[in-house]
Design a binder for this molecule. Structure first.
Ligand SMILES: Cc1cc2nc3c(=O)[nH]c(=O)nc-3n(C[C@H](O)[C@H](O)[C@H](O)COP(=O)(O)OP(=O)(O)OC[C@H]3O[C@@H](n4cnc5c(N)ncnc54)[C@H](O)[C@@H]3O)c2cc1C
Length: 480
């Protein structure tokens, strides 16, 4: 039996982006229903798994907007959409204050800008997944409670399948219920906030990697790109779809839940050298962990990458950052191959000794400022290149962990979905990891911060809907 629902605002997805948009619309008195595909009370999504650090480009989200925008443009090497970058940075402080007013608690989780606005209770400093009763779990429950207090609804077990259009305007959507029923929603505004397409192998193959099955799903598995496909079907523009936010992991994380989402091996990958099955370097490691992870994913065989480094790196950058490989990887059971010479090390990780020695020698020449033959460039900024000279030498087989897709549906700064013509599609909005443009595109795409993106643009989409629907109500009164 089919059901029909009538609301002002229909939201697809009950993560941070969807609940931010929904709460903003509900507090303005609009009728709102959020549709979440999972039927579970503690439905899994990236917002529930999150580490809980609200930041912009790995620094203080509440910092001066012009400074935060410059950080973002540096992280994306100038490819962040300027209007979206402005909207993010100018509304960041307001968004944190608004979330606080909804009962979300922030604490200073560490001395740096990255951790200055951390969810409370903070994520556990342990390897593996630890979300219950912590950062994102508490945040989602709090936002869900606030929504219900304002008369909004959060309906689980309903998966959005198709947008309903009338003369170029989005007027609702069609959903599939877990019990097999179809639900038709008529809405004056629809918000797509389904969290990206990282867990859809077909879309990952179309945009990101020839071998999606060789990527580590470093996420909740809930983002399967239904929002992107629904929007594309009604003519929406897509932007920046070739890159994702993620981290370099031990290859055993593909089968061992204790090795993800932490420890990440970015500090080793950006200090040492990363080679493919032929023991050849294939990317500029100095551009950062997100860049290296994307380069691994684009290999014909993503599960062929190996990081090679020496003891100075293991005891230097190997101890850097949150839950560093040294010692957390070893403590969690991730093996590190070690040998006194490269000749002995190579066969332990399936590499040809002569090829590895040639690559390391050329890399060391490069670190010394010399000629590198046909190897990719190795910048020393933002990440310093450490030579691989002094045994014992180490190697770790890697995999690329995909957390969320940085590209997606194109929107303007108010969260309005853009048609391929460049004009907004009336009645249709998108926010969070479903969207693209903020984090740039192509080789230069860079990580902005999933939580700042979801919350700021969820709130801005809510603002825009309130304004549009209030305007429509005023017009109707004037006509009457
Ligand atoms: C382990 C981990 C750690 C992280 N740590 C940080 C951090 O410290 N700082 C930071 O800034 N970012 C972090 N992130 C990223 C950040 O959590 C996400 O980018 C952000 O939470 C995304 O929010 P969202 O609302 O866009 O998507 P999500 O939270 O994924 O929510 C989308 C929701 O939509 C639902 N959905 C999907 N399809 C449909 C459909 N067809 N119909 C109905 N519902 C649907 C999904 O089930 C899901 O509940 C982390 C992510 C992970 C996985």
């Amino acid at each position: 039996m089919n059901r029909v629902i009538d609301v002002d605002v229909a939201v697809v997805g009950a993560g941070l982006a969807g609940l931010s948009a929904a709460n903003r619309a509900a507090e303005a008195g609009l009728s709102v229903e959020v549709f979440e595909k999972s039927a579970d009370e503690a439905y899994l999504c990236n917002s529930r798994y999150t580490g809980g650090l609200f930041h912009i480009a790995m620094d203080d989200m509440a910092g001066d907007p012009a400074w935060a925008k410059a950080n973002l443009q540096q992280a994306t090497r100038g490819t962040a959409d300027p209007a979206l970058a402005d909207a993010l940075t100018k509304n960041a402080r307001r968004t944190l204050a608004w979330l606080s007013s909804k009962g979300i608690r922030f604490i200073k989780g560490g001395p740096d800008g990255l951790r200055r606005n951390s969810l409370s209770p903070p994520g556990v400093r342990q390897t593996g997944l630890n979300w219950r009763g912590r950062a994102g779990d508490v945040m989602l429950r709090t936002l869900g409670d606030r929504l219900r207090e304002r008369g909004g609804k959060l309906s689980r077990g309903l998966s959005a399948r198709q947008l309903q259009m009338d003369d170029g305007r989005c007027v609702g959507l069609t959903l599939d219920a877990v019990d097999g029923h179809t639900v038709s929603v008529r809405a004056r505004a629809v918000v797509i906030a389904d969290g990206g397409f990282q867990a859809n192998p077909d879309l990952v193959r179309r945009f990101i990697s020839p071998r999606p099955e060789q990527l580590l799903q470093r996420n909740a598995g809930s983002g399967v790109g239904s929002g992107l496909l629904m929007a594309e079907a009604v003519g929406a523009q897509l932007v920046g779809t070739g890159r994702f936010y993620g981290h370099v992991h031990h290859r055993n994380a593909m089968a061992d839940g204790g090795l993800w989402p932490y420890p990440v091996l970015d500090s080793l990958a950006t200090a040492g050298l990363v080679v493919d099955a032929a023991a050849k370097r294939f990317c500029n490691e100095g551009l950062g962990g997100v860049f290296v992870t994307n380069a691994i994913a684009r290999l014909d065989e993503p599960l062929s990458a190996t990081v090679v480094f020496d003891d100075a790196t293991w005891n230097g950058p190997g101890r850097d950052w949150l839950l560093p490989a040294n010692p957390y990887l070893v403590n969690a059971g991730g093996d590190v191959q070690t040998a006194t010479t490269l000749d002995e090390l190579a066969p332990k990780v399936g590499l040809d000794p002569a090829a590895l020695k040639a690559t390391v020698a050329a890399y060391n020449r490069q670190v010394d400022g010399g000629h590198a033959g046909d190897q990719p460039a190795r910048s020393t900024s933002p990440y310093k290149a450490w030579p691989v000279r002094q045994g014992p030498f180490h190697a770790i087989p890697l995999c690329a962990g995909i957390t969320y897709t940085m590209g997606g549906i194109a929107t303007d700064a108010a969260g309005r979905v853009l048609h391929t013509t460049g004009a907004p599609i009336a009645g249709l909005y998108a926010a969070g990891s479903a969207t693209g443009g903020l984090e740039g595109g192509g080789e230069a795409a860079g990580y902005s911060g999933g939580l700042s993106k979801a919350s700021v643009f969820g709130l801005l989409a809510g603002d825009a809907i309130v304004e549009a629907l209030a305007g429509a109500a005023a017009n109707m009164k004037a006509v009457a």
